[in-house]
Design a binder for this molecule. Structure first.
Ligand SMILES: *[C@@H]1O[C@H](CO)[C@@H](O)[C@H](O)[C@H]1NC(C)=O
Ligand SMILES: *[C@@H]1O[C@H](CO)[C@@H](O)[C@H](O)[C@H]1NC(C)=O
Ligand SMILES: *[C@@H]1O[C@H](CO)[C@@H](O)[C@H](O)[C@H]1NC(C)=O
Ligand SMILES: *[C@@H]1O[C@H](CO)[C@@H](O)[C@H](O)[C@H]1NC(C)=O
Length: 402
């Protein structure tokens, strides 16, 4: 849903969290219940997917596999990678977002400072662009209050070699929030029911229908700056790279199609159960992990030196936690616990702490908003390979990173 933590040029970060209104409105979309799945779901999925996952099969497949390398700025705020739009292709750095469905870039006809701070799409210089005959417009507002709107059209969209005709939004009005962001536009990976223009289908839905992808999946490998130096991450369209994770993927069934919504069965702090279950969405477009107030407080009550900083309006932890060799915040999904190491709970430095322990304090990677679902954002995904599988029974395949 894109809850980015945005930087203001002084290098001071502000926590930009959703207000209740914008999140709640998104949930008014009619919800499609997932059919019940049989108990041997894991085994079935393993059997199906084991035929594909190896790097050899990925290389052999070539057709129907699109690799998009991603980059992330400091503190893994957002992950973006190149997409070509139009003929000849114009290249844009897109933020792939499993928490929204629209694809949009700024239009070359938009000459505000915000639009001009990024590459803009010039539809006049694409021989394949078609403006929407019904003159419909997209209009999207994200969880952090940022927004974009403008006309829609279709054009050839090329994602790592997978090319199809796809609806795109041409933003003629973007909120100033995007000025500080390194990405040129958003690439929605949620379900078609969350498109802001009813009836428009997502890139993945179209690519699956046209058999343009070898598998109906998008795999997210988003290693942290800490692990990878900000390089080597990818989104893999139509394939799974089994060299990037340990063991087998656990397939967590989607409970409500819209976001990639799943049941989180429990939260554990360094192995200690908090005995809390909730609906959660796996969201590449959100920087942190977002839980409800009560659970967020419970998590931090088990972290020495953590407290809610009224001035910063966020939970903070001692920055020294970033050197922790042990401990984790874990989430139980489909019976297996997936961890975020304590070292990744110390997120961005805030300054001198007021806590009993003194020293530098950092924002916590776990924050709270008043939302009907928890959000497993990049802090979770940068430690766990996630496969967004749009099969008949959709699921998120998850395994810890190598
Ligand atoms: C868009 O492309 C057309 C045709 O190539 C060109 O005439 C026009 O100047 C371009 N517009 C912008 C804003 O670059
Ligand atoms: C841009 O969009 C915002 C949010 O929908 C709206 O409030 C504003 O009036 C729009 N500005 C223009 C110039 O259309
Ligand atoms: C992975 O799944 C396969 C097929 O179900 C199974 O044979 C194998 O033991 C599993 N490996 C691990 C490490 O769990
Ligand atoms: C866990 O929570 C459930 C529901 O709130 C409660 O019934 C149960 O007793 C709790 N279990 C433990 C071990 O605290």
């Amino acid at each position: 849903m894109k809850i980015s933590i945005l930087f203001i040029p002084l290098g001071i970060a502000t926590l930009v969290l959703a207000n209740g209104d914008s999140t709640t409105s998104v949930f008014e979309v009619p919800l499609v219940r997932n059919p019940t799945y049989r108990g041997d779901f894991q085994a079935q999925m393993q059997k199906m997917r084991n035929r594909y996952g190896s790097p050899e099969t990925i290389a052999a497949a070539k057709k129907g596999v699109g690799l998009v390398p991603v980059t992330s700025p400091a503190f893994d705020t957002e992950y973006y990678g190149p997409v070509k739009i139009g003929t000849p292709g114009q290249t844009f750095n897109m933020n792939f977002d499993t928490g929204s469905a629209d694809i949009w870039v700024a239009s070359s006809t938009c000459s505000t400072t915000t639009c001009k701070s990024h590459r803009r799409f010039n539809s006049s210089s694409s021989t394949t662009f078609r403006l929407d005959p019904a003159k419909r417009r997209f209009r999207i507002e994200y969880g952090d209050g940022s927004y974009a709107n403008g006309p829609i059209g279709t054009d050839m969209v090329n994602v790592g070699g997978i090319q199809i005709r796809q609806t795109i939004g041409l933003a003629t009005n973007e909120s100033a929030d995007f000025e500080v962001s390194k990405m040129d536009g958003m690439f929605g990976l949620a379900f078609s029911s969350y498109e802001s223009v009813p009836g428009v289908k997502t890139f993945m839905t179209n690519a699956i229908a046209k058999k343009a992808v070898a598998l109906p999946v998008v795999s997210a490998y988003l290693p942290s700056l800490r692990r990878s130096g900000g390089k080597g991450g990818h989104y893999l369209f139509g394939a799974i790279d089994s060299t990037k994770f340990h063991g087998n993927l656990t397939y967590v069934p989607v409970t409500v199609k819209g976001y990639w919504q799943v049941t989180v069965q429990d939260v554990l702090v360094s192995g200690q159960s908090l005995n809390r279950s909730y609906q959660g969405i796996v969201d590449t477009g959100t920087t942190l992990v977002i839980l409800d107030d009560k659970t967020t407080a419970a998590v931090h009550s088990k972290i020495k030196g953590a407290y809610f900083d009224k001035q910063e309006q966020g939970w903070v932890v001692p920055c020294s936690l970033s050197k922790a060799q042990t401990g984790s915040v874990g989430f139980r999904l489909a019976g297996r616990v997936f961890e975020v190491p304590m070292a990744d709970i110390a997120w961005e430095p805030v300054g001198k702490g007021k806590g009993k322990l003194g020293g530098e304090i950092c924002y916590s990677g776990v924050q709270s908003i008043d939302s009907p679902v928890w959000i497993l954002g990049d802090v979770f995904i940068k430690n766990n390979y996630c496969v967004f599988d749009q099969s008949a029974i959709p699921s998120v395949g998850i395994a810890p990173l190598q």
